[in-house]
Design a protein around this ligand. Structure first.
Ligand SMILES: Cc1cc2nc3c(=O)[nH]c(=O)nc-3n(C[C@H](O)[C@H](O)[C@H](O)COP(=O)(O)O)c2cc1C
Length: 212
């Protein structure tokens, strides 16, 4: 087997992005609603997304810049301290993609795409009415990374809204969720085969760091 070795310090930022977005796959998609300063619902997808804590539940999403300026989502999260991470399903794939188109700050991508929103319960930012899962979040911290102005936004989840048929004994029915993930560029994937292996004995996760 032969390999190509690319030395990181010889790569331009765009080349590195192309490489990493093709390597770190598949990525789940945080479909984020925020409120603009004039109260318009902003919607955009972000796939540099994960969770970072379960007590309290915390999510993290990496938001880059457009020509050096913060994207609307990042600017509105900073301004209001709140956002909703919605999870779309297979039927949302086109809307997820289209919601990444650039619009003037006060254009609502949710409205343009005909996606209804409903009021959240713990924050002012509405969630997508039709999303199988939505998580209301309050901003906890913003961590800058690297030289391009990328920022990792971490939020504490204050409420989970889960479509009723998805929850079974506190677990999510992944097949029924039917999530969409992003691979490189305008390419998406849905779930393939799910393989269930033997359960591993695990040390309890719930010991708090302060007690450890
Ligand atoms: C599926 C998908 C995932 C994306 N993930 C990210 C991401 O993780 N970080 C990022 O900065 N931009 C990401 N983008 C690009 C943003 O969605 C895009 O820049 C969008 O216009 C931002 O909207 P806003 O200015 O309303 O925040 C992604 C685009 C798509 C289609």
């Amino acid at each position: 087997m032969t390999y190509t070795t690319l030395y990181a310090d010889t790569l331009a930022p765009e080349a590195t992005y192309r490489l990493m977005s093709g390597i770190v796959v598949p990525r789940p998609i945080a479909w984020i609603t925020t409120l603009s300063l004039t109260g318009v619902v902003n919607l955009a997808p972000f796939s540099c997304f994960t969770f970072v804590s379960n007590k309290p539940p915390m999510l993290g999403v990496n938001i880059g810049r457009k020509a050096g300026a913060r994207k609307d989502t990042g600017a509105y999260i900073l301004a209001n301290g709140e956002f909703v991470v919605n999870i779309g399903h297979r039927g949302h794939m086109h809307a997820i993609h289209e919601s990444s188109a650039e619009h003037a700050p006060d254009v609502s991508e949710a409205e343009l795409l005909g996606l209804a929103t409903v009021a959240s319960e713990t924050i002012a930012v509405p969630r997508l009415a039709d999303a199988p899962v939505s998580m209301e979040c309050r901003l906890d911290r913003v961590i800058p990374f690297g030289d391009t102005g990328a920022e990792f936004f971490v939020g504490v989840v204050t409420a989970f809204h889960v479509r009723e048929d998805l929850l079974q004994g506190g677990k999510i029915d992944t097949r029924a969720l039917d999530p969409v993930c992003r691979i490189a560029g305008p390419n998406y994937a849905t779930l393939g085969e799910i393989v269930t292996l033997r359960a591993m004995a695990q040390t309890p996760k719930t010991v708090l760091a302060s007690e450890g």
